[in-house]
Design a protein around this ligand. Structure first.
Ligand code: ADP
Length: 439
């Protein structure tokens, strides 16, 4: 405002001064015109100085200006200076981020919103085979062509990482983690987990081998014990109790070995047959009959089939998973309880539910319940013949069927185990009713 008033005064001085001079000389009109002309000339000179400064010497100090022009030059200069400083600061941050990414041992790849390569560190070049600058702008799936990576990348659900062999070295296992940021841009990180993968493989092989080796001695022991107990009248009475307990424990060990073998098969077996449609009503009826035999009338086992849709998967594995849930429900609930088996579908998927009205489980245990050998009550599980592996088996079977297990339970209010399947696992056409084997 101050400069603006000054500017008006300057105009007034020039016009009035030169107008008065013109009047004295007998040409007031020319005087006024000269005043205005001089004023315009002064502005044009400043305008030219501004133009030359901004276009030819933008990094120099601004030209000297009078009045409002001086103020404008100063303000522009200050604005330019703060802009330059913040640009330098940003450049420095970007350089530091790039340097720290460059120093990382994990591969870091930045993608634009179309999934094209924008920037990557040298670990990415080594692990994934990108070449700078040749590959910039190419789509990531041109390099990571594995169908599971393409499906993972396109599904846009990056909550869980993806483990795959490196695209350029078969002996290297990588774990990919994708993060969405900004305007649909993505950051892909890949970590070399070959050592961990090998150790995990060794652990699995060890457990599978030990279990396998234990099978034969256990079969021999069970055989002899059965023979001795069959001839109980020839066995001294004080040995009978011991032999009975030995038989019980060898049976427990056999169950444990069988469960360990099944678990390691589920973990390692990558070969999967094409999923076949299963008639769930028949399957659940068979499991219900098995459970009814197990509990010999102490529990009521109800069946609740809401749909005739089929489930796509492996029947043997599903039988084993659902049986584990139902047998658990029978074993961990008091006589007189009701166990309900349910099959239902909805738009986004389907579920097999096993619900009981027993004592329930304290919610603090729920997150760890599917861990191997995790038991709420160790003594009770052992007394019931539990191996501590049942729910771990259920979890692995469900993983192989793209499904997951939800557990809902509260003390005194029973327990609900829900196996949730995606819509891709549901087959709409009803299956032909057929007898499902009990093997
Ligand atoms: P286990 O062989 O001990 O039964 P599981 O993995 O099948 O092993 O089950 C883990 C634990 O979960 C069991 O020890 C038991 O304490 C608890 N559990 C499982 N199902 C039920 C249920 N329906 N009601 C109450 N507790 C249950």
């Amino acid at each position: 405002m101050y400069y603006w008033t000054n500017e008006l005064w300057r105009l007034a001085y020039l016009v009035i001064g030169l107008g008065a001079l013109g009047w004295l000389l007998g040409a007031p009109g020319w005087g006024l015109a000269a005043g205005l002309g001089l004023y315009v000339y002064l502005h044009l000179r400043h305008l030219r100085a501004l133009y030359v400064w901004l276009t030819q010497h933008p990094h120099d100090t601004p030209p000297v200006g009078a009045g409002v022009w001086g103020d404008l030059f100063d303000r522009l200069y200050k604005y330019q200076k703060t802009q330059r400083q913040s640009q330098a600061r940003l450049r420095d941050i970007i350089r530091r981020v790039q340097d720290s990414c460059e120093a990382m041992r994990d591969a870091v790849v930045m993608l634009d919103r179309h999934g094209d390569l924008e920037w990557w560190n040298s670990a990415a070049a080594q692990m994934l085979g990108f070449q700078t600058p040749h590959d910039r702008g190419q789509h990531i799936t041109n390099f990571l062509r594995d169908p599971s990576f393409v499906a993972y990348f396109n599904a846009r659900d990056y909550r869980e990482p993806l483990t795959l062999a490196s695209p350029i070295r078969d002996d290297v296992t990588l774990q990919y983690q994708v993060t969405l940021f900004g305007d649909n841009e993505r950051l892909v990180m890949a970590r070399d987990i070959s050592r961990l993968h090998r150790l995990e493989q060794m652990r699995r092989d060890f457990v599978a081998n030990v279990s396998h080796e234990l099978r034969t001695p256990l079969t021999v022991l069970t055989g002899y014990l059965e023979t001795y107990l069959d001839q109980a009248d020839q066995v001294p009475p004080r040995w009978q109790r011991g032999l009975g307990q030995m038989q019980e424990q060898t049976q427990r060990m056999q169950n444990l070995v069988e469960d360990l073998l099944l678990l390691s098969k589920l973990e390692t077996d990558q070969t999967r047959d094409d999923p076949a449609p299963m008639d769930m009503a028949t399957l659940l009826e068979n499991i219900r009959d098995d459970a009814a035999n197990l509990c010999a009338g102490s529990h009521e086992i109800a069946l609740d089939i809401h749909t005739d849709h089929c489930l796509l998967g492996d029947e043997g594995e599903m039988r084993s998973a659902v049986s584990n849930l139902v047998f658990n429900a029978v074993r961990y609930t008091p006589p007189g309880s009701t166990v309900t088996l349910r099959w239902k579908t909805w738009k986004e998927g389907a579920a097999v539910e096993v619900e009981d009205d027993g004592d329930g489980i304290d919610p603090v245990h729920l997150p760890r319940l599917t861990e191997r050998f995790y038991r709420v009550d160790k003594g009770r599980s052992a007394a019931n013949g539990g191996t501590g592996l049942g729910l771990a088996i259920v979890k692995h079977v469900l993983l192989r069927h793209d499904a997951h297990l939800d557990i809902d339970s509260h003390p005194g209010r029973g327990a609900l185990f829900r196996c949730v399947f995606p819509a891709t696992r549901v087959h709409a056409a009803p299956a032909e009713r057929r007898a499902v084997g009990n093997s």
